[in-house]
Write a protein that binds this ligand. Structure first.
Ligand SMILES: NC(=O)C1=CN([C@@H]2O[C@H](COP(=O)(O)OP(=O)(O)OC[C@H]3O[C@@H](n4cnc5c(N)ncnc54)[C@H](OP(=O)(O)O)[C@@H]3O)[C@@H](O)[C@H]2O)C=CC1
Ligand SMILES: CC(C)(CO)C(=O)C(=O)O
Length: 316
């Protein structure tokens, strides 16, 4: 399919204005849908993406369409000024740095919404921005990736579950109108933890052997290792007072059925020489387990193996 260049609806003055801190896969996908629906959206990202978006609009490629969506783009964190909502879409490794960069430019009541994996990004942003700035976590269910400068590909899903905030209901309405199904939940922490458990079960294993989930599940002993990883995560969650959302065991099993050919984001980061989010996945469980007196030897072993794989890449 060849991309079409269609001017999107011009920004509608009555709608929420968005900035996206971190113009990568997640930020570009949600930013493009919002811009297409008539929201003022500015993406803040690295020069190659920003230059491409400024020149041609963001290329949004989905199963149904391939188009260029015009929207603002900047390399300057100051471009968050004037936004009602800032979607924080950097990797969990970059949370504090990104929060520090946007801090001087945020409008006083602007909501910072964290669209990231890991369970404590909202707390970490709050620690930087202070209690006066509204900050809320969102759980992101989407499969998307950058295919080149200013080019995002969407592979499936695209829903958000949002923590309560003063503008949550309005946000849900406007996101919905933009084609982003969203709901507010009083247990976003539990939902983030459910994703964390899935990430801890598969991401490191997939990264260490560079294989997809279907392959992993067929290996002798893998089911037992995954069961041990999940049991450790659930013990830490329980000790931490987390109410895990949904049937977590079914969700863990479901990954093998729904994505047998997929490698984890940790596997992809490792293969591309990018920093992984492992410290915020198995690393988080190990660290919370230590603080709460819960043993996490299997998570610890995988954490150390991924750290070693990362370190080994940089050695000659
Ligand atoms: N992709 C997906 O399908 C899903 C991702 N997630 C989660 O969403 C979060 C974002 O993931 P994803 O979009 O894939 O990641 P990406 O790496 O594609 O996007 C993050 C982008 O932000 C850029 N960035 C980082 N710091 C800054 C900064 N200070 N100023 C400007 N740009 C910056 C990065 O540049 P650089 O790389 O040069 O640092 C990168 O281009 C992660 O926590 C991920 O786990 C959750 C569900 C699904
Ligand atoms: C695909 C999935 C759900 C599984 O680990 C994921 O979130 C990731 O790769 O980071």
């Amino acid at each position: 399919m060849h991309p079409t260049t269609e001017p999107h609806t011009p920004p509608h003055p009555g709608r929420l204005r968005f900035a996206v801190m971190g113009a990568g896969a997640v930020g570009c996908y949600f930013g493009a849908l919002l811009a297409r629906a008539g929201h003022a959206v500015t993406l803040i990202g690295r020069p190659a993406h920003v230059q491409a978006i400024q020149a041609r609009g963001l290329r949004l490629q989905t199963a149904a369409q391939d188009e260029h969506v015009a929207m603002g783009a900047s390399t300057d964190a100051g471009a968050v000024a004037g936004a009602d909502v800032v979607l924080l879409c950097v990797k969990s490794t970059d949370t504090e740095a990104a929060a520090r960069q946007i801090q001087p430019h945020l409008a006083p009541g602007a909501l910072v919404l964290t669209l990231q994996n890991g369970v404590d990004n909202d707390e970490r942003v709050r620690a930087v921005l202070g209690p006066a700035q509204p900050v809320a976590a969102a759980v992101v269910y989407v499969a998307t990736a950058m295919a080149g400068p200013g080019h995002v590909r969407h592979f499936g899903r695209g829903e958000l579950v949002l923590a309560p905030s003063l503008i949550a209901e309005r946000l849900v309405r406007e996101l919905g109108a933009a084609g982003i199904p969203a709901q507010v939940s009083d247990n976003v922490r539990g939902a983030l933890w459910s994703k964390l458990v899935i990430n801890c079960a598969y991401n490191a294993l997939s990264a260490i052997v560079q294989r997809p989930y279907g392959w992993l599940a067929r290996q002798d002993g893998a089911t037992e290792v995954i069961a041990d990883l999940v049991a450790e995560c659930l013990a830490v969650a329980q000790a931490d007072g987390v109410r895990i959302a949904g049937d977590i065991h079914a969700a863990v099993r479901g990954i093998v059925q729904s994505m047998p050919g997929q490698r984890s984001s940790t596997a992809q980061d490792l293969a591309r020489g990018r920093p992984t989010e492992i410290e915020h996945l198995n690393g988080y469980v190990v660290q919370r387990g230590k603080a709460l007196g819960v043993a996490t030897p299997v998570n610890h072993a995988l954490l150390v193996l991924v750290r070693m794989a990362e370190a080994a890449r940089t050695e000659v």
